[in-house]
Design a protein around this ligand. Structure first.
Ligand SMILES: Cc1ncc(COP(=O)(O)O)c(C=O)c1O
Length: 195
């Protein structure tokens, strides 16, 4: 289930996790597309969307720029609990939130039982070429049979990915230092595109 377009769909197609391409509709089977625009305050009406195993949700959203409100994220977490769905919450643009919208899904009670959060230094620290991000897989998150999701995640990371380079990780730690935070906050408030 998708909030926006190609990023999540393309990786699903490459991994063979979608159904077939549906000629004429430009969509893939096995996916519920969630249209979000000004007409629905950039948030789907979950009562009209069939249940899915996974809900990909990006806030602040690329490309709309909308940051989901606390009330909207409460609905998202409640829907995942009710349907037994796993949320993959992309917060890559969280550093640009300037109002009181949540910067992390874990600001919402109950999110640790239903959500993985993914994020990146690409936007907040200009790391697009360096490539460093992070994923939070809470210990509270488990499949319906009780098996912890983090155990599967560990196995995939340790077998399919050898980790980010030490140089990139040291750069990431520098961004999180007091001095690093000062510089990235200063850069953002100086950027005319962010005003
Ligand atoms: C919403 C969103 N999430 C994630 C990414 C990817 O971040 P990274 O550069 O860490 O792969 C992008 C990149 O444009 C993005 O727009």
């Amino acid at each position: 289930m998708l909030l926006d377009e190609q990023a999540y769909v393309d990786s699903g197609i490459i991994m063979g996790q979608t159904g077939d391409y549906v000629a004429g509709s430009s969509k893939y089977g096995g996916i519920e597309y969630m249209k979000c625009g000004p007409e629905n305050l950039f948030f789907p009406d979950f009562s009209r969307i069939p249940r899915t195993d996974v809900i990909f949700f990006c806030s602040p959203n690329n490309p709309t720029g909308h940051a989901a409100s606390r009330e909207q994220l409460l609905q998202l977490v409640e829907t995942a609990h009710r349907n037994g769905s796993l949320i993959v919450y992309d917060s890559a643009y969280a550093a640009y939130i300037s109002d009181d919208s949540p910067r992390s899904i874990y600001e919402i009670p109950g999110a640790k039982e239903v959500a993985i959060e993914i994020s990146s230094f690409s936007k907040s620290a200009g790391f697009t070429g360096v490539r460093l991000g992070w994923t939070v897989v809470p210990h509270e998150l488990s499949y319906s049979d009780g098996f912890p999701v983090h155990k599967d995640f560990d196995r995939i990371i340790c077998t399919c990915f050898n980790g980010a380079s030490s140089i990139a990780q040291i750069g990431g730690l520098a961004c999180l230092s007091e001095e690093g935070r000062k510089v990235s906050n200063h850069t953002r408030s100086d950027d005319p595109n962010m005003s």
